[in-house]
Design a protein around this ligand. Structure first.
Ligand code: AMP
Ligand code: MG
Length: 310
C-alpha cells in the first residue's frame, strides 16, 4: 500500500526524505497531481515510467522552488526572466537550452539538449520542494493513457502500490496541465494549458510562434526525439569490428546498459550511454537485444526511433 500523507510538517519532511531516497511521491500542484522523483537520480526517474506504464520516454518537466534554481539548469534569457516574473510560481513550463553538467538525469530530458522547468504555485508543492531541497521531475500522476488526477483519490485509484506515497492536499485549483513555452528559439507555444496564450503574448508584447509542422495536439513531439549521429543496429547477436557496442546483461561490449539485466538501470543509462557511444565517433552503434517486458518496451521504442532511417 502506498502511504497517504497529509500537509503536516512531519509528513512533508517524510515525503522529502522518500524522494531523497529515490522513491516516488505523488503531490498536488496547482495544475494536477504530479508523480515526483529526484530529477538527478536516473533510477528514480526510470521508475516514473515504470509506474505509469508509459510506452515511450517523453521528456519530463522539472519542478523547482524558484527561478534562481531554474537558471542553474537552463540557459537563461531576458525573455525567460520576463515570463518567470509574470507567471512563476504558476502553471507555465519553460523549455530552455540545457546547461552542461547540471547533474540532471539524462532520462529527464530524454537525451535532448533542452530542459522543461517550472516553479509550481501550490503551497504543498512548495513545501515539498523546500523539504527535498532539489529538483523534482514530475509528469501527471496517472497511468499512461488515463486522465490526469486532481485529487489524492484519483492518484491512488491508478497508482496504489506503485508509488511510495501520495501527499494529500485536496483538489487541485487549476485542473489543467501547464502551458509549455519553448525558448530554445523564438518563443513558441508547445502546449496550451493553465496560462492562456493571450496572457503570455500580452507580457511579451508579440505573438507566440506555433510549433513548425505539427498540431498543438501533439505537444512537444516535434523536437523531442534525441537520435545519435551514428547509424544504429538493433537486436545484435554478434558485434562487427567497426561497431561501437551497447550491451545488456553479461557480455563483452563498449558500454553496458545493465550487466545484471535490470531494466530500471538500463532505462536510467539509455540516453547517457548513447551519447557517450556517439561521442566515441564511430559510424555505427550495435545494440544487444532488450526484452520487451516492463520498461523494456519504452527502451525498445526509443531505440527503434534512434535506428530509423533519417
Ligand atoms: P507532462 O506530460 O505534463 O509531464 O509534460 C511533458 C511534456 O513537456 C513533454 O511531452 C514535452 O512536450 C514537453 N517537454 C518536457 N521536457 C522537454 C524538453 N526537454 N524539450 C522539449 N519539450 C519538453
Ligand atoms: Mg499526463
Amino acid at each position: 500500500m502506498s502511504e497517504r500523507l497529509t500537509s503536516s510538517p512531519k509528513d512533508v519532511a517524510h515525503a522529502g526524505d522518500l524522494i531523497g531516497a529515490g522513491a516516488l511521491v505523488a503531490f498536488p500542484t496547482e495544475t494536477v497531481y504530479g508523480l515526483g522523483a529526484d530529477a538527478r537520480n536516473g533510477r528514480a526517474v526510470a521508475q516514473i515510467y515504470q509506474a505509469k506504464g508509459r510506452p515511450s520516454f517523453n521528456p519530463l518537466i522539472v519542478h523547482v522552488a524558484h527561478a534562481n534554481v531554474a537558471r542553474e539548469f537552463g540557459k537563461w534569457s531576458e525573455t525567460a526572466q520576463t515570463l518567470a516574473d509574470a507567471f512563476w510560481p504558476g502553471p507555465l513550463s519553460l523549455v530552455l537550452p540545457l546547461r552542461k553538467n547540471t547533474g540532471l538525469s539524462e532520462l529527464v530530458t530524454a537525451g535532448l539538449e533542452s530542459v522543461a522547468i517550472r516553479v509550481p504555485a501550490g503551497d504543498l508543492a512548495q513545501d515539498l520542494l523546500a523539504a527535498f531541497n532539489g529538483p523534482i521531475a514530475a509528469p501527471s500522476a496517472n497511468p499512461s493513457g488515463r486522465i490526469s488526477p486532481t485529487t489524492a483519490e484519483h492518484v491512488l485509484a491508478g497508482l496504489d502500490n506503485k508509488i511510495a506515497a501520495v501527499l494529500d492536499g485536496g483538489p487541485c485549483a487549476v485542473g489543467l496541465e501547464s502551458t509549455i513555452v519553448g525558448l530554445t528559439g523564438a518563443p513558441t507555444l508547445l502546449r496550451a494549458g493553465g496560462v492562456p496564450r493571450e496572457a503570455i503574448e500580452a507580457v511579451l508584447g508579440h505573438p507566440l510562434k506555433d510549433p513548425e509542422g505539427s498540431a498543438i495536439s501533439a505537444p512537444g513531439q516535434l523536437e523531442s526525439h534525441y537520435a545519435p549521429e551514428a547509424r544504429v543496429r538493433l537486436n545484435a547477436e554478434t558485434w562487427a569490428h567497426d561497431e561501437r557496442t551497447l550491451g545488456f546483461g553479461q557480455m563483452e561490449c563498449d558500454l553496458n546498459l545493465s550487466e545484471t539485466a535490470d531494466l530500471i538501470e538500463a532505462a536510467a543509462n539509455l540516453f547517457g550511454h548513447l551519447h557517450r557511444l556517439d561521442a566515441m565517433g564511430g559510424a555505427k552503434i550495435a545494440v544487444a537485444p532488450i526484452p520487451q517486458t516492463g520498461l523494456g518496451a519504452a527502451i525498445n521504442d526509443r531505440l527503434k526511433r534512434a535506428a530509423a532511417p533519417r
